[in-house]
Design a binder for this molecule. Structure first.
Ligand SMILES: Cc1ncc(COP(=O)(O)O)c(C=O)c1O
Length: 375
């Protein structure tokens, strides 16, 4: 058995989801004629009590479209220094939108209204980039799945309104937060100007994200999506997976959270777990790990951002992980990325050692030419 805990993106569709995809009604979505995509977009917008939504191939694209729609070149985007939009979207904020970024030192990926207020540039100072957009992430990926307290959103919203800033949410794993904190998705629609939600993470769809906002915003987003090459044709087959995910897989994130917590607790009970969960702070860090894992579906244990490195795995934990992989019955393989201590890992986990560790890409100093060599 292969246990893969690298990410909640490695899931595969269940037979029921595949069945929904097989029977999807489709059309050409560039002409707005795909019934399944239209249904998904309406469903997503309604879930957040917002006017409209647009289906895109990835969360990177929904974020980048959101940033492009909300800004002008020369503007500044305010976000936490761990934000996915800054760390993992290939410099897209500069590349696509020509904006600079004000990085804030938040708490595990979460920033506050007060921090945002203090970071707004003086609009009358021509030396300064024009602060125009705040982007939050919930759950915060590199925060290890940390979730915002909803009251902080209200404070942030107030700062944005009073200072003419738009507010975007990278909600790649928003439903994990909503389920873990028993929140109402419609409340998010009242706070944010735009929300990006990934269907291809814990919700289990193979592809796709939705960007949600006002009708006017989404009309603009549709133009930008075309420019970014994200206009798709009979992609209703993919949207059908998204519809299935929203109908069936939100509530069951609770089950993922239970499993994540179970693994975290099992690992934390072991004194050999985690060089970064080092004693004497181990108790505190263990609690943090359990909380992170609880909030972060299928994103546990050996996952890098959970800051765990397993140096030695014994039979008991191996067996429990193996049982869990069976129990989930999710048609997915869970494969363990056991970072440093892989070679020291005894049976039964050794046979689930990740093959990809041996296949790391070569690091290169070479910088790709993004301008076709014409500059
Ligand atoms: C917080 C966050 N935002 C956005 C994305 C981008 O999603 P995608 O991989 O679909 O581009 C990810 C991907 O893991 C993510 O973790």
């Amino acid at each position: 058995m292969v246990i893969d805990l690298r990410s909640d993106t490695v899931t595969k569709p269940t037979p029921a989801m595949l069945d929904a995809m097989m029977h999807a009604k489709v059309g050409d979505d560039v002409f707005g004629e795909d019934p399944s995509i239209n249904e998904l977009q309406t469903k997503a917008a309604n879930l957040f009590g917002m006017e409209a939504a647009i289906f895109c191939p990835s969360g990177t694209m929904t974020n980048q479209i959101g940033i492009k729609c909300h800004t002008q070149p020369g503007d500044e985007v305010i976000c936490d220094k761990l934000s996915h939009i800054y760390q993992y979207e290939g410099g897209g904020i500069a590349f696509n939108s020509g904006c600079s970024v004000k990085l804030l030192e938040g708490d595990r990926g979460r920033i506050t209204g007060e921090m945002i207020l203090n970071s707004i540039n003086n609009r009358n100072d021509a030396h300064k980039a024009y602060s125009s957009l705040v982007s939050l992430e919930n759950t915060a990926n590199r925060g290890g799945g940390s979730c915002y307290d909803f009251k902080e959103f209200a404070r942030i919203k107030k700062v944005c309104e009073e200072n003419n800033l738009t507010l975007h949410l990278d909600g790649a794993r928003l439903f994990n937060a909503i389920v873990a904190k028993n929140e109402d998705s419609k409340d998010y629609g009242k706070i944010f100007d735009s929300i990006s939600v990934c269907l291809s993470k814990g919700l289990g769809a193979p592809v796709g994200s939705v960007l949600i906002g006002t009708k006017e915003f989404i009309a603009k987003a549709k133009r930008i999506r075309k420019v970014f090459g994200g206009g798709m044709r009979q992609a209703g087959y993919l949207a059908a997976a998204g519809i299935y995910a929203l109908d069936n897989n939100i509530k069951r994130l609770e089950e993922d959270h239970r499993h994540a917590k179970f693994i975290a607790e099992a690992l934390c009970a072991k004194d050999f777990v985690g060089h970064r969960i080092a004693r004497p702070r181990s108790r505190v860090r263990c609690r943090a790990l359990c909380e992170q894992s609880h909030q972060h579906a299928r994103y546990v244990g050996a996952q890098r951002t959970a800051a765990v490195s397993v140096h030695r795995i014994d039979d008991e934990i191996g067996q429990r992980l193996a049982d869990l992989a069976f129990d989930t019955g999710y048609g997915r393989k869970i494969r363990s990325q056991l970072c440093d201590g892989l070679n020291r890992c005894p049976a039964p986990l050794r046979h689930v050692a990740p093959t990809h560790l041996g296949e790391r890409q070569h690091l290169t100093d070479e910088r790709p030419d993004m301008h076709g060599g014409q500059h």
